[in-house]
Design a protein around this ligand. Structure first.
Ligand code: ADP
Ligand code: MG
Length: 356
């Protein structure tokens, strides 16, 4: 897919914007705090139905205004997709796809797949397992709607089971009532584990290749720390075995909500032993692996967004990265105009000017 056109109304520091993009490389350049990341955020929002910024969605609305609107048109050889998002101070967000209202955000996911990378994504390698699960979830949800809905159901059932664990007075009554949740949890949880296991298997070679290419030879390895069960029945048994422990803890201690990926470089764990530069390249390689994974699953490349990554990479890595990205529509933001190629869009105080 390729984003052809973006129109913004009252989106952060943009009052009115209408801009067309190149089907290959788009460089957004400008000084700090001018609106580069805001523009990227608008694209991300239209494609994934939410922001990568943790702040409240309503804060997106331009200060002093009461609504904000994103319209985005994307195309490939066979179809055109139009997404429209409206945020209002007094109402819930409204998303439309091809003119029709979307009730569930899951219905937007994967229609215009994107891969987003910013220096903040270093947390994918460095921080808690939750970050790595988020990475898996975004990828699988964009390529497999069923996975997204499975995950939502899993979270609901898990929540119900945890509530029961917390509110039950004694173990005996708990054991009688918890079974219904355990059955559901084992059924859904095991499917999620299988999907994640397959996903890691599939992206590992892609990530290895990307990493070897960008770093110039280091060997990357990904290991899925899978919950230790090989069937739904085993899963169910495990849950019932753990019920006493979970009762004491007040939460469910087993399942894919606790799993993780271990990442190794030349057999050392990157999280603890990798340098900052190595961790950064690993995070980038995982993102580049997403490109290939999505291509394999959907038959076409997603859109790649690289926010502020140039300042953190040396020239060699930068050149190799740009070679790698020539295969899909790419958006790059930078403060350094000398690094800009392709269609160059200068951004100043929420206004754009196309230079070439
Ligand atoms: N809701 C909003 N209304 C108006 N301006 C906003 C809003 N949210 C953020 N901004 C402004 O956007 C600017 C930051 O833009 P950003 O795209 O993050 O900068 P950069 O070009 O460095 O990536 C800041 O000047 C900030 O004050
Ligand atoms: Mg920025």
């Amino acid at each position: 897919m390729i984003i052809k056109k973006l129109t913004l109304k009252n989106f952060r520091n943009y009052e009115d914007l209408s801009i067309c993009f190149d089907s290959k490389l788009n460089s957004l350049c400008g000084q700090n705090a001018q609106g580069k990341t805001n523009l990227i955020e608008a694209i991300y929002f239209a494609c994934l139905g939410k922001s990568f910024r943790s702040s409240k969605e309503k804060q997106i609305i331009k200060w002093g205004k009461d609504y904000s609107k994103i319209s985005l048109i994307a195309t490939n050889e066979i179809r055109e997709k139009k997404v429209e998002v409206v945020l209002q101070t007094s109402q819930k967000k409204a998303v439309k796809m091809d003119g029709l209202p979307i009730r569930r955000i899951g219905d937007v996911l994967g229609e215009i797949p994107i891969v987003f990378f910013s220096p903040d994504e270093l947390k994918l390698v460095k921080e808690s397992p939750e970050e790595r699960r988020r990475f898996i979830n975004i990828d699988l949800s964009q390529t497999n709607k069923k996975y997204f809905y499975l995950l939502s159901r899993y979270e609901k059932v898990l929540d119900n089971r945890n509530k029961l664990l917390k509110t039950s007075k004694d173990l005996e009554t708990l054991k009688e009532t918890i079974e219904i949740w355990d059955k559901s949890l084992a059924n859904i949880g095991f499917k999620i584990i299988k999907d994640r296991e397959n996903f890691i298997k599939k992206i590992e070679p892609f990530a290895q290749k990307a990493h070897e290419y960008i770093s110039g030879g280091e060997k990357l390895r990904l290991v899925y720390k899978k919950p230790d069960v090989d069937s739904e029945e085993e899963y169910l048994k495990k849950l019932s075995k753990l019920v006493e422990k979970d009762f004491k803890l007040g939460y469910t201690s087993f399942g894919p909500h606790r799993d993780d990926i271990d990442i190794f470089l030349n057999e050392e764990e990157v999280k603890s032993f990798g340098s900052q530069g190595q961790q950064r390249t690993v995070a980038l390689s995982l993102k580049l692996a997403e490109l290939e994974f999505i291509k394999e699953q959907k038959g076409e490349y997603p859109i790649l967004i690289l926010d502020d990554v140039f300042s953190e990479l040396d020239k060699n890595r930068r050149t190799r990265l740009m070679k790698f990205t020539s295969r899909c529509q790419t958006f790059v933001t930078t403060t350094d105009q000398s690094l800009c190629e392709g269609k160059i869009i200068k951004i100043k105080e929420g206004k754009t000017e196309t230079i070439s």
